[in-house]
Design a protein around this ligand. Structure first.
Ligand code: AMP
Ligand code: MG
Length: 330
């Protein structure tokens, strides 16, 4: 007999809800995405108001589209963090309310671990080196000793922030990654930019400043978009390669919104091939933030008895994934 979990995601720009089954079928994945004004980033309060306005509809759609009767939902999972406080609180309130009204357990999920576990479910990756690249994260991760361990990370901006802040400087509205990818396809003229790898960590702030300066100095958006991608993607590919060589793992997976980028995928594929490893990419539809990452990880957790009393169900704006015990992996 199958179980069903409803998951609620609301860490940043996306409010999403999804129903998944215990055998990993995604039965629904409804979402509403807050759009920040042109030239500016996410305004946390305004994003939370947008989530508030769409929460009831998104939850109702997720339940309706799944075709699962409410009384068959075994648990409600929510993204407890990390993320923007006002946005997290909308998701937490919605999930608490639903769990109480359905009379089922509430399950806290770490958003970053949600990206990883959903990526593994959808690609079949078992024990990969993970490159998590999104608006909120840039990390190279590997599972060891009961936890996902961070082998390298960005010391300042995330890869998503780098692309979004560069795009906004040009006047685009966030998120800008897809528009930069399109622009980069129109150039092969590499302009020299700072390449900053420190140990197994990366730093993007100098790259952002230099890229903005090139634009301001009259270089074309196409050439700078191409050059920023080549530089930043080479940096994350280098540190992922080192992690792969060090651990001798045979799989690599890219998860998070930037996983949608084909140039990053091509660089990582060539790198994995050199190490006789297989590269997996999260399918486009599920690479960005979504309820399915929370629902699926919620199922893995509730199956191991992990739940949280409603009165303790806070949100955690900062919650590093390497502090979370993972009893469902060995
Ligand atoms: P997430 O936080 O996981 O929802 O990912 C959002 C981030 O992914 C934003 O910074 C987007 O700009 C970025 N993104 C989305 N599509 C692409 C793309 N095709 N290329 C690069 N970055 C992308
Ligand atoms: Mg994310």
């Amino acid at each position: 007999m199958k179980d069903f979990v409803l998951g609620v995601e609301s860490t940043a720009h996306t409010f999403s809800a999804s129903v998944v089954s215990s055998d990993g079928e995604i039965l629904s994945n409804s979402k509403s995405v807050y759009k920040s004004p042109e030239g500016s980033g996410i305004h946390p309060f305004e994003a939370s108001q947008s989530h508030l306005a769409s929460a009831a509809r998104v939850l109702a759609d997720a339940l309706h589209n799944s075709g699962i009767p409410q009384d068959e939902i075994r648990a409600v999972a929510y993204a407890m963090g990390p993320g923007l406080g006002p946005c997290l609180r909308v998701g937490a309130v919605a999930a608490r309310t639903l769990a109480l009204s359905l009379g089922v357990p509430l399950v806290p999920v770490n958003h970053a671990i949600g990206h990883i576990e959903l990526g593994c479910l959808l690609t079949g990756a078992k024990d990969p080196i993970v490159l998590l690249v999104s608006g909120g994260h840039t990390m190279i991760i590997s599972f060891s000793g009961g936890k996902w361990r961070i082998l390298g990370e960005s010391l300042d901006l995330t890869l998503g922030q780098l692309l979004d802040q560069f795009g906004r400087h040009h006047g685009f509205a966030s998120p800008c990654g897809a528009a930069i990818e399109d622009a980069a396809l129109k150039s092969v003229n590499y302009l020299k930019l700072p390449y900053s790898v420190k140990g197994n960590d990366v730093s993007f702030s100098g790259l952002l400043t230099a890229s903005k300066a090139l634009l301001d100095g009259g270089e074309t958006f196409y050439d700078v978009a191409y050059s920023i991608q080549e530089t930043a993607f080479a940096m994350v590919t280098e540190v992922t390669e080192r992690a792969l060589a060090f651990t001798s793992k045979k799989e690599v997976i890219i998860v998070g919104g930037v996983a949608a980028n084909r140039r990053l995928g091509a660089m990582m594929t060539a790198m994995a091939k050199r190490h006789s490893s297989k590269l997996y990419m999260t399918p486009l539809e599920y690479s960005g933030d979504c309820g399915a990452q929370i629902a699926w990880t919620g199922w893995l957790a509730i199956e191991r008895g992990i739940e949280i009393p409603i009165e303790d169900s806070k949100v955690r704006q900062s919650w590093r994934l390497d502090t979370v015990e993972i009893p469902w992996r060995s």
